[in-house]
Design a protein around this ligand. Structure first.
Ligand code: AMP
Length: 423
């Protein structure tokens, strides 16, 4: 029989790795709360049309990468490939605009894209994202970029570069599209088959092509920044001024584009350079999507958001000492004393001390070996004679000392050893 394995490109996160995930999640929630964000949780599955209408019919995500299925022959559903479309759907469905002029949401969860798996590129991957709906910018754009930079710094991810560009709005985009098509047309024969199609349907996508000969052609493409209309230009200048005031380092990349069609004006990406990151070095992508709320049925509402790839962030984060799993263990000298160990362990946990009791009837030696393995600082040992005397042996596994303490004092003495309270 074939051994059962996880789906290709979808990973287990084992308990040893979970503390780092939790640290990222906690840091993101705490930091974004300081900026006034609240969390939204949307379903993992949405109607397929939501993504087709928002991300864009001629994007790689919609053309090739979505996990789409027909639910019992009735509705076409899709595992969400990203978070913004769902957030905007929820914003409209619950008429959130009627309650608040500016909505600030974060989300955290798995996304699904059928990409070719590689290090840092998976078919189920996690994103931490934020959306600000109702603020036209550009100053909130800068604040958001600054929040991402601060988030990365607080996780020790220091070797990063922030790239910014403007994709212009309605006044600029048609002009740029024409200029780009004029530039690309003479190269049509040398471009890859996908890009040949893109010239006609979605020329901006050519700038994003991963085929090296196409990327070389893209590097010579006209700069959108030179074609910005006056309002789009003022917006981009405002963004840059605000980033300068905040002291957020960034580089302008006039050819930066991203794989979703809904972006307008501000576009940004954070790339990592260190850690174990290889070719998949985009840690965060974001931008303004001023037309999306309207195109999904709402009234015209400006908005901006970003998504950070957690799997990649983990590759960029410095490795750390594994955190101890428990602070204390309770060991017994005979198997029939195990219930006494469970009782003392419960008292310790009630006092906030993470504790394990080995209840399997192992020898004292192997229980203490396990304490070491778990990284416990304290072992409390109960034997027949200690129980008869109403006492416990308290072992400091780091200081290598042992003292007998009265049973009623065991919890307080343990906490004192751990530095958590008066003896
Ligand atoms: P996007 O939603 O395409 O703008 O991507 C935002 C971020 O999500 C990227 O910068 C990556 O860090 C991460 N990401 C996107 N696709 C994948 C994937 N297939 N595997 C892992 N991370 C991804």
């Amino acid at each position: 029989m074939e051994p059962l394995r996880a789906v290709k490109g979808m990973n287990d996160v084992l308990p040893e790795e979970v503390p780092r995930w939790q640290r990222i999640e906690r840091t993101f929630r705490d930091l974004s709360a300081l900026y006034g964000f609240r969390e939204i949780r949307t379903p993992l599955v949405e109607p397929t049309t939501l993504f087709v209408r928002s991300i864009g019919e001629t994007t790689d995500i919609v053309e090739k990468e979505m996990y789409t299925f027909v639910d019992k022959g009735e509705h076409s559903l899709t595992l969400r490939p990203e978070g913004t479309a769902s957030a905007v759907r929820a914003y409209l469905e619950h008429a959130v605009h009627a309650r608040e002029p500016v909505t600030k949401w974060i989300y955290f969860g798995p996304m699904f894209r059928r990409e070719r798996p590689a290090k840092g590129r998976y078919r189920q991957f996690w994103q931490a994202g934020a959306e600000v709906i109702g603020d036209p910018g550009p100053y909130v754009d800068a604040e958001l970029i600054d929040m991402v930079a601060l988030f990365m710094r607080s996780l020790g991810v220091l070797d990063v570069e922030v790239l910014v560009n403007s994709l212009g709005g309605a006044e600029t985009r048609p002009r740029y599209r024409d200029a780009l098509v004029r530039y690309l047309e003479p190269h049509r024969d040398t471009l890859c088959a996908d890009c040949k199609r893109r010239i006609d349907h979605n020329p901006l996508r050519v700038l994003d092509c991963k085929v090296e000969s196409d990327a070389a052609i893209a590097r010579g493409a006209p700069s959108i920044l030179e074609l910005l209309g006056p309002d789009d230009r003022a917006h981009f200048d405002g963004l840059r001024r605000a980033l300068d005031t905040l002291g957020t380092p960034y580089r302008v990349d006039e050819h930066l584009v991203r794989g979703l069609d809904y972006y307008t004006r501000t576009l940004f990406e954070v790339r990592g350079r260190g850690g174990e990151l290889g070719a998949q070095n985009a840690l965060c992508g974001g931008g303004r999507y001023d037309g999306l709320v309207e195109s999904l049925g709402g009234s015209p509402t400006p908005a901006i958001g970003f998504a950070i790839g957690i799997d990649r962030l983990l590759l960029a984060m410095p490795s750390e000492e594994p955190a101890p799993r428990v602070e204390a263990i309770v060991a017994v000298t005979a198997p029939e004393l195990a219930p006494q160990a469970a009782l003392l362990a419960r008292e310790l946990r009630s006092a906030g001390v993470s504790t394990e009791a080995d209840l399997r009837g192992q020898s004292l030696k192997s229980q203490l070996r396990r304490a070491d393995k778990l990284g416990a600082r304290v072992a409390l040992v109960l034997g027949e004679s200690e129980i008869a005397r109403g006492a416990v042996q308290l072992k400091d596994l780091v200081g290598h000392t042992q003292t007998e303490v009265p049973r009623p004092d065991a919890v307080a003495k343990t906490r004192a050893l751990l530095g958590g309270g008066a003896p």
